[in-house]
Structures are given as C-alpha cells and as structure tokens.
Design a protein around this ligand. Structure first.
Ligand SMILES: [Ca+2]
Length: 271
C-alpha cells in the first residue's frame, strides 16, 4: 500500500512541478500537507535558505567550493547559460577558506555565516556584491532574522541574537520543551514570533517561541525524506524558507533534487 501511495505521490509531484501551485494537497499527513514540489539543484549542499519577493537565496557549504545563490521561485526552462544572462540567477563564490553556513536577508542585505571561522559576511541582495564583514565567537550553523535582529544557531541547544549593524551579541535563548534535550539546532526560519528549525540528522522540524525558547511543536517530515530518497549520509534534511504568498514552508535538504512546499497544521502564529 505504501509503495502504491509513494508511486502516486511521485507521479503527482512530477506533474505539479511543471504547473502552478495545486489547489489540493498532494499528500495529507496528520501534522502537515504536502502542497507542491519544485526542482532543486542537487549540487547545492544546502546550509541556508530563504525566500523573499519571489527569489530563493541559498548558501552551499564545503571548504573551497562554498557558494551563494539567488534564483527565482518560478520554474523556467532556460538553459544554464540563459539563466546567467537573464540576471535572474546569480551566484557568488565564497572565500575558499570559509565553509558557508546560515543565510538570511534583512532589508536589502544578505548575511552569511561561516562554520568555524567566526566570520559573518554581508552582501547586496540584488547583486550579491560583498558589503562588509563581522566577527563573532563560536560556530555558525543556521541564521534567520526577526526583521530587526539576526538570530544564529551554533549546533547546540541555544540561539544567539545579534545586532544587524555590527553583529554584537544581544542575548542568548535556551531552547527547551517537549520533554527532551535539543541539540544540533541548524537551519532557521523566523515567522511571526516563531523560529522554525532543522535539527541536524533528524527528520523533523521544530517550532520555537522566539521570546521564551519553548519548543511549541515538532513536525515529523520522514515522509518527505522518503519521497526524496536522499543519496548519501550527508544528504540530510536542511533548509526552511517561508512562502508568504502561500503561507507555507519550502523545505529541502543537502544535495536534494527537490524543494517541497508544506503547510503545517495547525498553523502556529504568535504575533
Ligand atoms: Ca531559512
């Protein structure tokens, strides 16, 4: 029965990737609906992901080949060369000594973390041209913002709030709740007072109260992982981007072939 269901899902997903958003969910789970999927470049070792005004911004890790990408949500059939010429797709190589990590867009700037170098970089969001650089203490894993401050994870059970002008540390937040200890908090996405987070090497995303650090919900995405069938031990679930227009989350993973649009139910909004 499960094989039949997955075969049906794959058929529907492939069909939908060529069309616009389906009005009916492709898949109904007790805690989320799968609304759509779209292609994702499987060369991208996804570390940071966000979606603003119809464009995905994505950082890809690894020493010596870290990259920053900007590409449209809308799927087109352009060739690689046509995409570069169109200026809709942009790419910037990151200093080879850095392992790119979390990424967020605040106002007209992109902010990018590095894993262990204690260096954060900012870029012009339109051109991806470098603007400035900051230093911080500790590791960089995920990054998001609440519209004013930058919010960083470091692979522990804490979140760190930084001033966007100089990256100075404003406060720390202990993440706790749901009867377990949280570690390996990775990619982040702030939405209406809630910070959604990947947990490295786990097939869940969690919703964290951005004020208290309380974990409000854990959503099991193992069915999405099963649908993707990721190749390799490092191809883990990572990457959450809020789609304001559809009030849903795009999720993906490192070297995944697709991004998946899910709507969590019940929807959590604190502000
Ligand atoms: Ca994100």
């Amino acid at each position: 029965m499960r094989i039949v269901l997955l075969a049906l899902l794959l058929t529907l997903t492939n069909a939908c990737s060529r069309a616009d958003i389906s009005t009916q969910p492709l898949f109904q789970h007790s805690s989320f609906e799968l609304l759509q999927s779209r292609p994702h470049n499987s060369h991208y070792f996804t570390q940071g992901l966000t979606l603003v005004d119809g464009y995905f911004y994505e950082s890809s890790g690894h020493y010596g080949r870290s990259q920053l990408y900007r590409y449209p949500l809308a799927i087109d059939q352009k060739s690689w060369l046509q995409k570069i010429i169109s200026h809709e797709h942009k790419q910037r190589s990151i200093d080879k000594s850095l392992f790119a990590e979390g990424l967020t867009k605040l106002d007209d700037k992109l902010y990018l973390l590095s894993w262990k170098a204690g260096r954060a970089l900012s870029f012009d969001a339109q051109t991806l041209s470098p603007i400035s650089e900051f230093n911080y203490t500790g590791q960089g894993w995920g990054l998001t913002d609440n519209g004013r401050d930058l919010i960083r994870s470091d692979g522990s059970d804490r979140l760190f709030f930084h001033h966007a002008d100089n990256f100075s540390l404003l406060k720390q937040l202990q993440v706790r709740g749901l009867g377990r200890r949280w570690q390996n908090i990775n990619e982040l996405e702030y939405i209406n007072g809630v910070i959604w987070a990947n947990i490295w090497q786990e097939q869940i995303i969690i919703a964290i109260d951005a004020d208290s650090g309380q974990v409000l919900q854990s959503v099991d995405l193992s069915e999405v992982v099963r649908l993707e069938n990721p190749q390799g031990v490092d191809a883990v679930l990572n990457g959450i981007a809020y789609d304001h227009q559809r009030n849903a989350l795009w999720v993906t993973g490192k070297n995944w072939r697709k991004l998946y649009l899910i709507r969590v139910s019940p929807t959590i909004e604190l502000k």
